[in-house]
Structure formats: C-alpha cells, structure tokens
Design a protein around this ligand. Structure first.
Ligand SMILES: *[C@@H]1O[C@H](CO)[C@@H](O)[C@H](O)[C@H]1NC(C)=O
Length: 124
C-alpha cells in the first residue's frame, strides 16, 4: 500500500470517528451540556443581577462583561464542536432530534456578532 492510500484510509477512519454516535450524543447532552450550560447561564445572570443592583460599580460591570464573553465563547466552542455540522435526521430518538435541531439553530443565532458587539460597546 502506498502512502497516499494510507492517508485516504486514515482520513476515512478519522471522519467516521468525528461523527458522534447517538449514545455518545445522549450522554453528552444529559451529563455534560446540561450542566455546563446552566453553570454558564447562572454565573452570567448572577453577575448581571449583582451589577444591576449596584450600577456604578465598575468591578461588577467588568465581571458581567467577562462572564458574558466567557459564556459566548463557551457557546461558540460547543456549537462548533458538536452542533454546527450535525444532521438531526441521522438520529433515531425523536427527543434527540428535536434537541439537536434546536441547538443547531440556537448556536448560530447566539453567534450573531450583534450581541457581542453590544457587550463590547457597553464596556467602553
Ligand atoms: C476581566 O477580564 C480581564 C481580562 O481577562 C481581567 O484582566 C480582569 O481582571 C477581569 N475582571 C474581573 C472583574 O473578573
């Protein structure tokens, strides 16, 4: 077998591996995504609330901005890694399909630069 054939086969193996199986996806959504998403959301919301009740506090404003950016970075990372190229129809479980469809759209909406732009402008 020559090197090129070797690379092609290696590529096929890698691509097959890159696609997450239904079980793996279920595990990930239930055990990891759920927890991380609510952590990120809670942290950012708490900071936001803390700042809104103490609006002149620059430190709290900065923390709110930081956590909002952190949350956005997390969303982007997860979306790019798991949901961007996912094909909902490839999954059997209707609940998973529905979730995946939703997360795929949610991710691209959350990535619209507008929200991040607002955050940056507020910080000036
Ligand atoms: C916000 O992030 C910046 C840059 O990473 C950091 O220097 C700063 O200490 C952070 N502020 C707060 C309040 O966490």
């Amino acid at each position: 077998m020559n090197n090129l054939q070797y690379l092609v086969i290696l590529g096929l193996i890698c691509c097959t591996y890159a696609k997450i199986s239904e079980d793996e996806l279920k595990q990930y959504l239930n055990n990891v995504y759920e927890r991380e998403a609510s952590d990120q959301c809670r942290k950012a919301a708490l900071a936001q609330f803390d700042f809104e009740t103490d609006i002149r506090n620059k430190k709290k404003e900065e923390l709110t901005t930081n956590l909002t950016l952190e949350q956005a970075a997390w969303e982007k990372n997860v979306w790019t890694k798991y949901f961007k190229d996912i094909v909902p129809e490839e999954y059997e479980d209707p609940t998973i399909r529905r979730e995946v469809k939703f997360l795929k759209i949610l991710g691209s909406a959350a990535l619209e630069p507008k929200k991040l732009e607002e955050v940056r402008n507020n910080n000036k």
